[in-house]
Design a protein around this ligand. Structure first.
Ligand SMILES: NC(=O)c1ccc[n+]([C@@H]2O[C@H](COP(=O)([O-])OP(=O)(O)OC[C@H]3O[C@@H](n4cnc5c(N)ncnc54)[C@H](OP(=O)(O)O)[C@@H]3O)[C@@H](O)[C@H]2O)c1
Length: 355
C-alpha cells in the first residue's frame, strides 16, 4: 500500500514528537512538507529539525507553499489556531488532525461550523481534534468506561497539574495568562482564555450527546489564586501576587442539575491552595452510576527505569501527539466532515509492540 502523505504543521513540543515518530516508526506515512513559524527553522530539513538524518523535505514558513502540496493529512499543532488557515487546508483536499481545537466541531459557533463544513465539502476532507485532555481522557476514556455502565448519574474528570516544569512557556504565560493579575483571569478575559474555555466546554457537550445526558447548558467558571512568593519558571519570573493558580470548572447541567463536569486544578510554582480539592496529581475520572467507577491516570517516561524530570514532563507531549498521529489512517478513511472521539473507531497504537 502507498504511504499516506502527511504534513506536520508546527514543530513545538508536541509537533516534534509527531515528526520524530513518523521518521522513526511509521513507514506507512510519508512526510511531504513541514510548516514552521520561526525564521530559524525556515529552510531546515525536516529530519534535521528532530536530530535525524536529512530526508530531503524542507520546512517552510510559507503557508501557500504547503497548501499547494499534494497530501492526505495535515497534523496541525500550532500554539495559536487560525480558522482561515484550517479552512484553506481542508478546502485544498487535505484531511486535518489537530491537538489544538475542534474536539466537537458541531458545538462551534454557527458561523465557524458553517465555514468548516463548507471547507470539508469543497475538499472532501475530514477534520478531527484529539489529544490527551482535551482528547483521550475527557472523550475516549469516559466513553470506553461507559461500556461497563448500566446507568450513569454523573461524570467528573479532574486534572491536577503543576505547570512549572512545562517548557512551552509561551502557552503558560502568553496564552494562559499565568503571572497576570488575578482579576484579569476569567472565561472571557482574553481571546485565548475564551478559546481555551470553549474547547473544554466542547468536551462536555461531546460526552453529553454521546451518552444521552440531555443537558441544556455548559457553564464555565474560574478561580484565580495569587502566588505567595516569586517563582523562577524557565526564563520567566512569576511575581508574588500574580496568578499562580487557576481552578476551572466546566459543568453541563440538565434543568440546573450538574451531570458532567471537567475540573482543572492548575498551578505554576507549586503553591497548592489549601481550599481546593486534592485529587492525586494527574487525572481522576469518576463515573457515579450503576456501577460507580473511578480511574486515575498519569503519564510518565517510565515506571521502571530512571528518567529525568524533562523526560517525565515530555511524556504528556508524546501522549498528546500520538493520539492524533495514530488517528491519521482512520481520519483519512472517514466520511468527509467532522470526525470526533465519539464517531471514530477506537484509536490504538499503530506501532504497538512492533518496535
Ligand atoms: N489536547 C491536548 O491534550 C493538548 C496538550 C498539549 C498541547 N496542546 C495544544 O497543542 C498545540 C501545540 O502545543 P505545544 O506544547 O507543542 O506548544 P509549543 O511547544 O509552545 O509549540 C508551539 C508551536 O507553535 C508555533 N508557533 C510559534 N509562533 C506561532 C504563532 N504566532 N502562531 C501559531 N503558532 C506559532 C511554533 O512554531 P515552530 O514550529 O516554528 O517552533 C510551534 O510549532 C497547542 O495548540 C497546545 O495548546 C493540546
Amino acid at each position: 500500500m502507498m504511504p499516506l502523505r502527511v504534513i506536520p504543521w508546527g514543530t513545538g513540543a508536541v509537533g516534534t514528537e509527531i515528526l520524530a515518530t513518523i521518521l522513526d516508526h511509521r513507514p506507512d506515512l510519508e512526510v511531504v512538507g513541514v510548516r514552521v513559524y520561526s525564521e530559524a527553522k525556515n529552510g531546515t530539513d525536516a529530519g534535521t529539525l528532530v536530530d535525524r538524518a536529512p530526508i530531503g523535505v524542507t520546512a517552510t514558513t510559507d503557508t501557500h507553499e504547503i497548501l499547494a502540496l499534494d497530501a492526505d493529512c495535515v497534523l496541525y499543532t500550532p500554539r495559536i489556531v487560525d480558522l482561515d488557515e484550517v479552512c484553506a487546508i481542508l478546502a485544498s483536499g487535505k484531511n486535518l488532525v489537530t491537538t489544538a481545537f475542534l474536539f466537537h466541531p458541531d458545538r462551534q459557533p454557527a458561523e465557524v461550523r458553517r465555514r468548516l463544513d463548507e471547507a470539508c465539502r469543497e475538499g472532501r476532507s475530514t477534520v478531527h481534534g484529539g489529544g490527551l485532555n482535551p482528547g483521550n481522557l475527557s472523550g475516549v476514556l469516559p466513553l470506553a468506561l461507559s461500556g461497563m455502565s448500566r446507568t450513569i448519574d454523573k461524570i467528573t474528570l479532574q486534572e491536577r497539574a503543576d505547570w512549572s516544569v512545562y517548557d512551552s512557556t509561551a502557552i503558560t504565560f502568553d496564552n494562559m495568562s499565568f503571572g497576570r493579575p488575578v482579576d484579569e483571569i476569567s472565561p472571557t478575559a482574553t481571546d485565548f482564555l475564551a478559546f481555551n474555555s470553549g474547547i473544554f466546554s466542547e468536551e462536555v457537550w461531546l460526552l453529553a450527546e454521546a451518552l444521552h445526558a440531555g443537558i441544556d447548558e455548559v457553564t464555565a467558571s474560574v478561580e484565580a489564586v495569587p502566588a505567595q512568593q516569586d517563582h523562577e519558571i524557565f526564563d520567566h519570573i512569576l511575581r508574588a501576587g500574580t496568578t499562580a493558580g487557576q481552578r476551572w470548572n466546566w459543568v453541563g447541567r440538565r434543568h440546573g442539575q450538574p451531570l458532567i463536569e471537567i475540573e482543572t486544578l492548575w498551578t505554576v510554582g507549586n503553591e497548592y491552595p489549601s481550599h481546593w480539592p486534592s485529587p492525586r496529581h494527574g487525572w481522576t475520572l469518576t463515573i457515579e452510576g450503576d456501577p460507580s467507577m473511578q480511574a486515575h491516570f498519569i503519564a510518565l517516561a517510565s515506571f521502571s527505569r530512571a528518567a529525568s524530570m524533562a523526560e517525565h514532563v515530555n511524556a504528556a507531549n508524546i501522549a498528546t501527539g500520538m493520539q492524533v498521529l495514530n488517528a491519521v489512517p482512520a481520519v483519512c478513511a472517514a466520511e468527509p466532515g467532522f470526525a470526533t472521539m465519539a464517531t471514530l473507531p477506537l484509536i490504538r497504537s499503530a506501532v504497538g509492540f512492533g518496535n
